[in-house]
Design a protein around this ligand. Structure first.
Ligand SMILES: Nc1ncnc2c1ncn2[C@@H]1O[C@H](COP(=O)(O)OP(=O)(O)OP(=O)(O)O)[C@@H](O)[C@H]1O
Length: 293
């Protein structure tokens, strides 16, 4: 379990991260969503112990990061570039990291295979595409088979097959009881991969929960030749009615379609239309981060 407690980070006058708290649970892939500049990378860097917060703290397995720095077996991190020397091969790079972390060299071949880099392992990293560098960064993060994995935009530069591979890999880790936090600025991409989401906007957490919760409850459109009695009945039942004069219909909020049908029947009003309003996941997300769709 990795916990952020009231993290705040300022750069000069800019408060990039403002009192952020959340938990990343084992057995769950948590998506970390927000528009560009929302503060995702800064938060991930604080979680990894790479950036020091102005206030707040990070707990890993209940212990503050400052008291016990993370090691490869507890925390795997892939933020920004993979950091490999362009003149080294992928295998050499991983062997060096494994040596620093006192991990067996046999683990290098395992993570190369996991990342789909076995064939390219002898090539110089300088010749790698962005997608291959992403895979190498992920391989490095996986070296210690860590309890918690933090990945910043790992899908960047991956082709559709690579994205499918990444999803499977993250899901398998969660199924093995590991915790995964994966950032993305694309909801559509995250929706396929994650169980839960933390949404940040302007340095603050604006939503923490399931993806389904991002979809706001919509209203119901009704159309009828005799609206008066039905509008009265809706108001008595606690619903709100907004007329759409141009379309000749009404948007009812606070009551669902079956309840409205029931009210109409009892008020002896013929309904010509009864349509639940559909709001997409993307609409909910954009609303949450303060953008119009
Ligand atoms: N080292 C720094 N010095 C000054 N400002 C910074 C620094 N790092 C980040 N910022 C600022 O903090 C804010 C949050 O940036 P951050 O990179 O964490 O956002 P992000 O959500 O990861 O965005 P992106 O997806 O574009 O990387 C931005 O306004 C950014 O300009």
């Amino acid at each position: 379990m990795l916990t952020a407690e009231q993290l705040t980070k300022r750069y000069g006058r800019l408060t990039a991260v403002d009192d952020v708290s959340f938990g990343v649970r084992p057995g769950v892939v948590t998506g970390f969503l927000g528009p560009n500049g929302a503060g995702k990378t800064t938060i991930l860097a604080m979680l990894a112990g790479l950036v020091r917060p102005n206030s707040g703290r990070v707990l890993l397995g209940g212990t503050p990061l400052r008291e016990r720095p993370p090691e490869a077996r507890t925390l795997g991190v892939a933020i920004e570039a993979c950091g490999a020397h362009p003149g080294r091969s992928a295998r050499q790079h991983l062997r060096i990291l494994a040596g620093f972390a006192r991990l067996p060299q046999t683990r290098v071949e395992e993570v190369l295979a996991l990342a789909g880099l076995t064939e390219a392992a002898g090539r110089r990293v300088g010749t790698f595409s962005l997608g291959m560098r992403q895979r190498l960064g992920l391989a490095a993060a996986l070296l210690g088979d860590p309890e918690v994995l933090l990945l910043d935009e790992p899908a960047n530069g991956l082709d559709p097959e690579g994205i499918r591979w990444l999803r499977t890999l993250l899901r398998e880790r969660a199924e093995r009881g590991r915790a995964v936090l994966v950032s993305s600025h694309l909801l559509s991409e995250a929706a396929h991969t994650v169980d839960e989401v933390i949404v940040v906007s302007q340095g603050r957490v604006v939503h923490a929960g399931t993806i389904a919760d991002l979809t706001p409850a919509g209203g119901v459109w009704i159309r009828t030749g005799d609206p008066g009695p039905l509008i009265e009945a809706v108001a008595r039942a606690g619903g709100r009615v907004t007329p759409d004069r141009a379309g000749g219909r009404y948007l009812v909020e606070g009551l669902d379609a079956p309840a409205l049908a029931d009210l109409a029947r009892r008020a002896r009003v013929d309904l010509h239309e009864l349509t639940p309003q559909t709001t997409s996941l993307e609409d909910g997300f954009l609303k949450l981060i303060g953008r119009q769709s």
